[in-house]
Design a binder for this molecule. Sequence first.
Ligand code: GLU
Length: 419
Amino acid sequence: MGEKKLSQYQETLQSIKEIAEELGYEEAEYITLLSPEREVTVSLPVTMDDGSVRVFQGYRIQDNSARGPYKGGVRYHPEVEIEEVRDLALLMSLKCSVADIPYGGAKGGITIDPRELSETELERLTRKYAEKIYPIIGAEIDIPAPDMNTNAKIMGWFKDEYSKIAGVQVPGIVTGKPVEVGGSLGRNEATGLGVSTITHAFAQNQKLVPEETRVVVQGTGNVGLITAQCLAKEGYKIIALSNVAGAVYNANGFDVSVLDLANGDQKNYDLLTAQEGSEEIPMNELLSVECDILIPAALQNQIRADNADQIKAKIVIEAANAPVSAEGEAILIKRGIKVLPDILCNAGGVVCSYFEWVQNLQHFSWTLEEVNTRLIAKMKSAFAAVLAMQAEKNCTYRQAAMLIAVDRIVKATKFKGKY
Ligand code: GLU
Protein backbone atom coordinates (compact mmCIF):
# COMPACT_ATOMS: atom_id res chain seq x y z
CA MET A 1 0.00 0.00 0.00
CA GLY A 2 1.30 3.46 -0.88
CA GLU A 3 1.89 5.99 1.89
CA LYS A 4 -0.94 8.42 2.55
CA LYS A 5 -0.05 11.80 1.03
CA LEU A 6 0.65 14.50 3.61
CA SER A 7 -1.56 17.58 3.55
CA GLN A 8 0.17 20.90 2.94
CA TYR A 9 -0.28 21.66 6.66
CA GLN A 10 1.39 18.40 7.66
CA GLU A 11 4.23 19.18 5.27
CA THR A 12 4.70 22.59 6.90
CA LEU A 13 4.69 20.96 10.36
CA GLN A 14 7.27 18.45 9.16
CA SER A 15 9.57 21.21 7.97
CA ILE A 16 9.14 23.11 11.26
CA LYS A 17 10.30 20.03 13.16
CA GLU A 18 13.34 19.71 10.90
CA ILE A 19 14.16 23.40 11.21
CA ALA A 20 13.77 23.41 15.02
CA GLU A 21 16.06 20.38 15.27
CA GLU A 22 18.60 22.06 12.98
CA LEU A 23 18.50 24.99 15.42
CA GLY A 24 19.24 22.56 18.25
CA TYR A 25 15.92 22.94 20.08
CA GLU A 26 14.35 20.19 22.16
CA GLU A 27 10.81 19.16 21.23
CA ALA A 28 9.46 20.75 24.42
CA GLU A 29 10.76 24.12 23.22
CA TYR A 30 8.95 24.14 19.87
CA ILE A 31 6.01 21.82 20.53
CA THR A 32 3.56 24.73 20.78
CA LEU A 33 4.26 25.54 17.13
CA LEU A 34 2.90 22.16 16.10
CA SER A 35 -0.77 22.85 16.81
CA PRO A 36 -2.95 25.95 16.52
CA GLU A 37 -3.79 27.66 19.81
CA ARG A 38 -7.47 27.96 18.92
CA GLU A 39 -9.77 26.88 16.11
CA VAL A 40 -13.29 28.16 15.69
CA THR A 41 -15.85 26.94 13.17
CA VAL A 42 -18.98 29.03 12.79
CA SER A 43 -22.16 28.54 10.83
CA LEU A 44 -23.35 31.69 9.13
CA PRO A 45 -27.06 31.88 8.34
CA VAL A 46 -27.73 34.57 5.75
CA THR A 47 -31.07 35.80 4.42
CA MET A 48 -30.68 35.94 0.65
CA ASP A 49 -32.21 38.66 -1.50
CA ASP A 50 -35.06 36.34 -2.52
CA GLY A 51 -36.02 35.75 1.15
CA SER A 52 -34.55 32.23 1.38
CA VAL A 53 -31.96 31.40 4.04
CA ARG A 54 -28.59 29.80 3.31
CA VAL A 55 -26.10 28.68 5.92
CA PHE A 56 -22.41 29.11 5.10
CA GLN A 57 -19.43 27.67 6.93
CA GLY A 58 -16.75 29.98 8.33
CA TYR A 59 -13.48 29.51 10.22
CA ARG A 60 -11.01 31.49 12.27
CA ILE A 61 -7.84 29.73 13.29
CA GLN A 62 -5.45 31.37 15.74
CA ASP A 63 -2.16 29.62 15.26
CA ASN A 64 0.38 31.20 17.57
CA SER A 65 0.60 34.31 19.77
CA ALA A 66 4.11 34.05 21.18
CA ARG A 67 5.27 37.24 19.42
CA GLY A 68 2.08 39.29 19.65
CA PRO A 69 -1.63 39.37 18.81
CA TYR A 70 -2.88 36.97 16.14
CA LYS A 71 -2.84 38.46 12.65
CA GLY A 72 -4.01 37.24 9.26
CA GLY A 73 -6.46 37.58 6.44
CA VAL A 74 -9.87 36.13 5.71
CA ARG A 75 -10.50 34.45 2.36
CA TYR A 76 -13.78 33.79 0.61
CA HIS A 77 -13.36 30.81 -1.70
CA PRO A 78 -15.38 27.70 -2.60
CA GLU A 79 -12.44 25.44 -1.67
CA VAL A 80 -11.84 26.85 1.81
CA GLU A 81 -11.62 23.98 4.32
CA ILE A 82 -10.22 23.76 7.82
CA GLU A 83 -6.92 22.01 7.05
CA GLU A 84 -6.05 24.66 4.47
CA VAL A 85 -6.89 27.47 6.90
CA ARG A 86 -4.64 25.78 9.49
CA ASP A 87 -1.74 25.80 7.08
CA LEU A 88 -2.33 29.42 6.10
CA ALA A 89 -2.57 30.45 9.78
CA LEU A 90 0.76 28.78 10.49
CA LEU A 91 2.30 30.50 7.46
CA MET A 92 1.12 33.82 8.94
CA SER A 93 2.97 33.08 12.23
CA LEU A 94 6.10 32.41 10.20
CA LYS A 95 5.58 35.40 7.88
CA CYS A 96 5.13 37.91 10.72
CA SER A 97 8.23 36.48 12.35
CA VAL A 98 10.41 36.71 9.20
CA ALA A 99 9.20 40.27 8.65
CA ASP A 100 9.91 40.95 12.32
CA ILE A 101 6.61 42.59 13.14
CA PRO A 102 5.09 42.04 16.60
CA TYR A 103 2.34 39.61 15.69
CA GLY A 104 1.48 35.97 15.87
CA GLY A 105 -0.43 34.27 13.09
CA ALA A 106 -4.06 33.52 12.25
CA LYS A 107 -6.26 32.96 9.22
CA GLY A 108 -9.96 32.95 8.51
CA GLY A 109 -12.13 31.80 5.70
CA ILE A 110 -15.64 31.26 4.46
CA THR A 111 -16.47 28.45 2.05
CA ILE A 112 -18.22 30.45 -0.65
CA ASP A 113 -17.78 31.57 -4.21
CA PRO A 114 -18.39 35.31 -3.66
CA ARG A 115 -19.40 35.75 -7.32
CA GLU A 116 -22.58 33.83 -6.48
CA LEU A 117 -23.69 36.51 -4.02
CA SER A 118 -25.11 39.98 -4.63
CA GLU A 119 -23.40 42.87 -2.89
CA THR A 120 -26.08 43.04 -0.20
CA GLU A 121 -25.78 39.28 0.44
CA LEU A 122 -22.01 39.62 0.68
CA GLU A 123 -22.42 42.42 3.21
CA ARG A 124 -24.84 40.36 5.35
CA LEU A 125 -22.48 37.37 5.20
CA THR A 126 -19.51 39.50 6.28
CA ARG A 127 -21.48 41.09 9.14
CA LYS A 128 -22.63 37.65 10.31
CA TYR A 129 -19.04 36.40 10.27
CA ALA A 130 -17.88 39.42 12.32
CA GLU A 131 -20.68 38.78 14.82
CA LYS A 132 -19.90 35.07 15.13
CA ILE A 133 -16.17 35.45 15.68
CA TYR A 134 -16.57 38.60 17.82
CA PRO A 135 -15.92 36.76 21.11
CA ILE A 136 -12.44 35.62 20.08
CA ILE A 137 -11.06 38.66 18.22
CA GLY A 138 -10.08 42.19 19.28
CA ALA A 139 -7.77 45.03 18.27
CA GLU A 140 -5.12 43.69 20.66
CA ILE A 141 -6.15 40.03 20.38
CA ASP A 142 -6.65 39.01 16.75
CA ILE A 143 -6.78 41.39 13.80
CA PRO A 144 -8.24 40.09 10.49
CA ALA A 145 -7.41 41.54 7.05
CA PRO A 146 -8.13 40.93 3.36
CA ASP A 147 -6.99 37.79 1.57
CA MET A 148 -8.21 35.97 -1.53
CA ASN A 149 -11.52 37.48 -2.80
CA THR A 150 -11.84 39.89 0.11
CA ASN A 151 -11.11 43.60 -0.14
CA ALA A 152 -11.24 47.00 1.55
CA LYS A 153 -15.01 47.30 1.24
CA ILE A 154 -15.51 43.97 3.03
CA MET A 155 -13.07 45.06 5.76
CA GLY A 156 -15.08 48.28 6.14
CA TRP A 157 -18.27 46.27 6.78
CA PHE A 158 -16.39 44.05 9.21
CA LYS A 159 -15.07 47.02 11.18
CA ASP A 160 -18.54 48.61 11.26
CA GLU A 161 -20.22 45.44 12.56
CA TYR A 162 -17.56 44.85 15.20
CA SER A 163 -17.76 48.49 16.34
CA LYS A 164 -21.55 48.32 16.54
CA ILE A 165 -21.46 45.28 18.81
CA ALA A 166 -18.66 46.80 20.91
CA GLY A 167 -20.54 50.10 21.17
CA VAL A 168 -17.37 52.06 20.36
CA GLN A 169 -15.38 52.73 17.21
CA VAL A 170 -12.64 50.12 16.93
CA PRO A 171 -10.67 50.89 13.74
CA GLY A 172 -7.79 48.66 14.82
CA ILE A 173 -9.98 45.54 14.76
CA VAL A 174 -9.22 44.94 11.11
CA THR A 175 -6.63 46.13 8.57
CA GLY A 176 -6.95 46.73 4.85
CA LYS A 177 -9.95 49.03 5.43
CA PRO A 178 -10.89 51.86 3.09
CA VAL A 179 -8.76 54.93 3.82
CA GLU A 180 -11.97 56.86 4.62
CA VAL A 181 -12.66 54.68 7.67
CA GLY A 182 -9.15 54.34 9.06
CA GLY A 183 -7.30 52.40 6.36
CA SER A 184 -3.70 53.20 5.49
CA LEU A 185 -2.50 54.84 2.33
CA GLY A 186 -0.59 52.26 0.31
CA ARG A 187 -2.21 49.16 1.86
CA ASN A 188 -3.86 47.98 -1.37
CA GLU A 189 -0.58 48.11 -3.26
CA ALA A 190 1.62 46.92 -0.39
CA THR A 191 1.87 43.20 -1.18
CA GLY A 192 2.81 43.90 -4.81
CA LEU A 193 5.29 46.59 -3.82
CA GLY A 194 6.82 44.15 -1.33
CA VAL A 195 7.04 41.35 -3.92
CA SER A 196 8.70 43.67 -6.44
CA THR A 197 11.13 44.96 -3.79
CA ILE A 198 12.27 41.41 -3.02
CA THR A 199 12.36 40.45 -6.72
CA HIS A 200 14.48 43.47 -7.60
CA ALA A 201 16.82 42.95 -4.65
CA PHE A 202 17.31 39.30 -5.57
CA ALA A 203 17.79 40.08 -9.26
CA GLN A 204 20.54 42.53 -8.30
CA ASN A 205 22.08 39.90 -6.06
CA GLN A 206 22.05 37.47 -9.01
CA LYS A 207 23.54 40.17 -11.27
CA LEU A 208 20.50 40.34 -13.55
CA VAL A 209 19.99 43.57 -15.49
CA PRO A 210 16.30 44.65 -15.42
CA GLU A 211 16.10 45.55 -19.13
CA GLU A 212 17.33 42.08 -20.09
CA THR A 213 15.25 40.21 -17.53
CA ARG A 214 12.08 38.47 -18.70
CA VAL A 215 9.33 38.09 -16.12
CA VAL A 216 6.19 35.92 -16.21
CA VAL A 217 3.37 36.67 -13.75
CA GLN A 218 0.46 34.32 -12.98
CA GLY A 219 -2.51 36.36 -11.77
CA THR A 220 -3.54 39.98 -12.28
CA GLY A 221 -5.27 40.42 -8.95
CA ASN A 222 -4.14 42.81 -6.27
CA VAL A 223 -0.74 41.10 -5.93
CA GLY A 224 0.15 40.09 -9.52
CA LEU A 225 -0.94 43.31 -11.14
CA ILE A 226 0.89 45.68 -8.80
CA THR A 227 3.99 43.46 -8.84
CA ALA A 228 4.04 43.55 -12.65
CA GLN A 229 3.56 47.32 -12.71
CA CYS A 230 6.29 47.98 -10.12
CA LEU A 231 8.74 45.70 -11.94
CA ALA A 232 7.94 47.24 -15.33
CA LYS A 233 8.71 50.66 -13.84
CA GLU A 234 12.15 49.35 -12.84
CA GLY A 235 12.70 48.29 -16.47
CA TYR A 236 11.87 44.55 -16.30
CA LYS A 237 10.18 43.00 -19.33
CA ILE A 238 6.84 41.43 -18.46
CA ILE A 239 6.53 38.82 -21.24
CA ALA A 240 3.55 36.73 -20.10
CA LEU A 241 0.56 37.18 -17.80
CA SER A 242 -2.58 35.26 -16.99
CA ASN A 243 -5.82 35.62 -15.10
CA VAL A 244 -9.13 33.73 -15.09
CA ALA A 245 -9.89 35.13 -18.56
CA GLY A 246 -6.82 33.50 -20.14
CA ALA A 247 -3.05 33.63 -20.68
CA VAL A 248 -1.16 35.92 -23.04
CA TYR A 249 2.45 36.15 -24.24
CA ASN A 250 4.40 39.01 -25.76
CA ALA A 251 8.11 38.59 -26.50
CA ASN A 252 8.63 42.38 -26.55
CA GLY A 253 7.13 42.85 -23.11
CA PHE A 254 3.71 44.30 -22.29
CA ASP A 255 2.80 47.84 -21.42
CA VAL A 256 1.25 46.96 -18.05
CA SER A 257 0.67 50.59 -17.07
CA VAL A 258 -2.67 50.44 -18.93
CA LEU A 259 -4.00 47.77 -16.55
CA ASP A 260 -6.16 48.68 -13.59
CA LEU A 261 -7.52 46.49 -10.77
CA ALA A 262 -10.91 48.18 -11.09
CA ASN A 263 -11.19 46.91 -14.68
CA GLY A 264 -11.68 43.32 -13.60
CA ASP A 265 -10.07 40.28 -15.22
CA GLN A 266 -11.74 40.26 -18.63
CA LYS A 267 -11.04 43.91 -19.46
CA ASN A 268 -7.43 43.68 -18.30
CA TYR A 269 -7.01 40.56 -20.40
CA ASP A 270 -8.47 42.31 -23.45
CA LEU A 271 -6.08 45.24 -22.90
CA LEU A 272 -3.16 42.81 -22.99
CA THR A 273 -4.26 40.77 -26.00
CA ALA A 274 -4.86 44.01 -27.97
CA GLN A 275 -1.19 45.03 -27.68
CA GLU A 276 1.06 44.63 -30.71
CA GLY A 277 2.95 41.33 -30.71
CA SER A 278 0.63 39.66 -28.18
CA GLU A 279 -0.46 36.07 -28.64
CA GLU A 280 -2.93 34.11 -26.56
CA ILE A 281 -1.51 30.89 -25.16
CA PRO A 282 -3.21 27.95 -23.42
CA MET A 283 -3.63 28.62 -19.71
CA ASN A 284 -1.59 25.57 -18.70
CA GLU A 285 1.39 26.79 -20.76
CA LEU A 286 1.91 30.01 -18.83
CA LEU A 287 4.04 28.42 -16.13
CA SER A 288 6.29 26.76 -18.70
CA VAL A 289 7.08 29.93 -20.69
CA GLU A 290 10.84 30.36 -20.88
CA CYS A 291 11.83 33.33 -18.70
CA ASP A 292 14.25 34.54 -16.06
CA ILE A 293 11.77 35.14 -13.24
CA LEU A 294 8.46 33.36 -12.73
CA ILE A 295 6.03 34.89 -10.24
CA PRO A 296 3.02 32.76 -9.29
CA ALA A 297 0.68 35.35 -7.75
CA ALA A 298 -2.65 33.52 -7.79
CA LEU A 299 -3.55 30.26 -6.08
CA GLN A 300 -1.68 27.75 -3.94
CA ASN A 301 -0.25 24.48 -5.23
CA GLN A 302 0.44 25.61 -8.80
CA ILE A 303 3.93 24.12 -9.19
CA ARG A 304 3.88 20.49 -8.12
CA ALA A 305 5.61 17.15 -8.67
CA ASP A 306 3.71 16.71 -11.95
CA ASN A 307 4.72 19.98 -13.62
CA ALA A 308 7.90 21.21 -11.86
CA ASP A 309 10.10 19.70 -14.57
CA GLN A 310 8.42 21.93 -17.16
CA ILE A 311 9.33 25.22 -15.48
CA LYS A 312 11.83 27.15 -17.62
CA ALA A 313 12.68 29.98 -15.24
CA LYS A 314 15.90 30.69 -13.35
CA ILE A 315 14.10 32.10 -10.32
CA VAL A 316 10.64 31.50 -8.84
CA ILE A 317 9.22 34.20 -6.57
CA GLU A 318 6.30 32.97 -4.47
CA ALA A 319 3.90 35.91 -4.47
CA ALA A 320 0.80 33.82 -3.65
CA ASN A 321 0.60 31.81 -0.45
CA ALA A 322 2.08 28.31 -0.95
CA PRO A 323 2.07 28.22 -4.80
CA VAL A 324 4.93 25.68 -4.87
CA SER A 325 4.40 22.32 -3.16
CA ALA A 326 7.20 20.69 -1.18
CA GLU A 327 7.70 18.03 -3.88
CA GLY A 328 7.55 20.68 -6.59
CA GLU A 329 10.20 22.73 -4.83
CA ALA A 330 12.51 19.73 -4.42
CA ILE A 331 12.41 19.20 -8.20
CA LEU A 332 13.05 22.89 -8.93
CA ILE A 333 16.00 23.02 -6.54
CA LYS A 334 17.51 19.88 -8.09
CA ARG A 335 17.25 21.58 -11.47
CA GLY A 336 19.14 24.60 -10.14
CA ILE A 337 16.09 26.89 -10.02
CA LYS A 338 16.11 29.26 -7.07
CA VAL A 339 12.87 29.61 -5.11
CA LEU A 340 12.18 32.58 -2.85
CA PRO A 341 9.47 31.66 -0.33
CA ASP A 342 6.06 33.23 0.23
CA ILE A 343 6.70 34.01 3.89
CA LEU A 344 9.36 36.45 2.74
CA CYS A 345 8.13 37.58 -0.70
CA ASN A 346 4.51 38.44 0.06
CA ALA A 347 5.03 39.79 3.59
CA GLY A 348 4.51 43.36 2.32
CA GLY A 349 0.75 43.05 2.84
CA VAL A 350 0.94 42.22 6.50
CA VAL A 351 3.80 44.66 7.08
CA CYS A 352 1.58 47.45 5.78
CA SER A 353 -1.29 46.04 7.85
CA TYR A 354 0.97 46.48 10.84
CA PHE A 355 1.57 50.11 9.84
CA GLU A 356 -2.19 50.61 9.46
CA TRP A 357 -2.78 49.17 12.93
CA VAL A 358 -0.07 51.37 14.46
CA GLN A 359 -1.70 54.44 12.84
CA ASN A 360 -5.11 53.32 14.20
CA LEU A 361 -3.76 52.84 17.72
CA GLN A 362 -2.13 56.29 17.57
CA HIS A 363 -5.08 57.96 15.81
CA PHE A 364 -2.52 59.49 13.48
CA SER A 365 -2.10 58.99 9.72
CA TRP A 366 1.15 58.72 7.82
CA THR A 367 1.76 60.03 4.31
CA LEU A 368 2.03 57.56 1.43
CA GLU A 369 5.72 58.30 1.22
CA GLU A 370 6.23 57.45 4.89
CA VAL A 371 4.31 54.19 4.49
CA ASN A 372 6.18 53.10 1.36
CA THR A 373 9.61 54.10 2.65
CA ARG A 374 9.08 52.09 5.83
CA LEU A 375 7.64 49.17 3.88
CA ILE A 376 10.59 48.98 1.50
CA ALA A 377 13.02 49.24 4.42
CA LYS A 378 11.29 46.38 6.28
CA MET A 379 11.26 44.17 3.18
CA LYS A 380 14.92 44.86 2.45
CA SER A 381 16.01 44.04 5.95
CA ALA A 382 14.01 40.78 5.97
CA PHE A 383 15.59 39.91 2.61
CA ALA A 384 19.10 40.69 3.87
CA ALA A 385 18.55 38.46 6.92
CA VAL A 386 17.33 35.56 4.75
CA LEU A 387 20.22 36.00 2.32
CA ALA A 388 22.76 35.97 5.17
CA MET A 389 21.20 32.87 6.72
CA GLN A 390 21.17 31.09 3.35
CA ALA A 391 24.87 31.85 2.86
CA GLU A 392 25.71 30.72 6.40
CA LYS A 393 23.82 27.43 6.24
CA ASN A 394 24.10 26.75 2.50
CA CYS A 395 20.43 25.78 2.54
CA THR A 396 17.41 26.74 0.45
CA TYR A 397 15.94 30.24 0.78
CA ARG A 398 12.79 28.72 2.30
CA GLN A 399 14.83 26.90 4.92
CA ALA A 400 16.72 30.14 5.65
CA ALA A 401 13.47 32.08 6.13
CA MET A 402 12.06 29.28 8.29
CA LEU A 403 15.22 29.13 10.41
CA ILE A 404 14.85 32.84 11.19
CA ALA A 405 11.09 32.60 11.78
CA VAL A 406 11.12 29.51 13.98
CA ASP A 407 14.08 30.74 16.02
CA ARG A 408 12.32 34.03 16.82
CA ILE A 409 9.07 32.30 17.78
CA VAL A 410 10.79 29.72 19.99
CA LYS A 411 12.79 32.46 21.73
CA ALA A 412 9.63 34.50 22.35
CA THR A 413 7.88 31.36 23.65
CA LYS A 414 10.69 30.85 26.15
CA PHE A 415 10.25 34.36 27.49
CA LYS A 416 6.62 33.57 28.19
CA GLY A 417 7.93 31.17 30.82
CA LYS A 418 6.82 27.67 31.74
CA TYR A 419 3.33 26.37 31.10
N1 GLU B 1 -3.75 38.07 3.58
C1 GLU B 1 -2.45 38.66 3.57
C2 GLU B 1 -1.40 37.59 3.79
O1 GLU B 1 -1.64 36.43 3.55
C3 GLU B 1 -2.35 39.83 4.54
C4 GLU B 1 -2.62 39.50 5.96
C5 GLU B 1 -2.71 40.72 6.87
O2 GLU B 1 -2.54 41.82 6.40
O3 GLU B 1 -2.98 40.50 8.06
O4 GLU B 1 -0.28 37.87 4.11
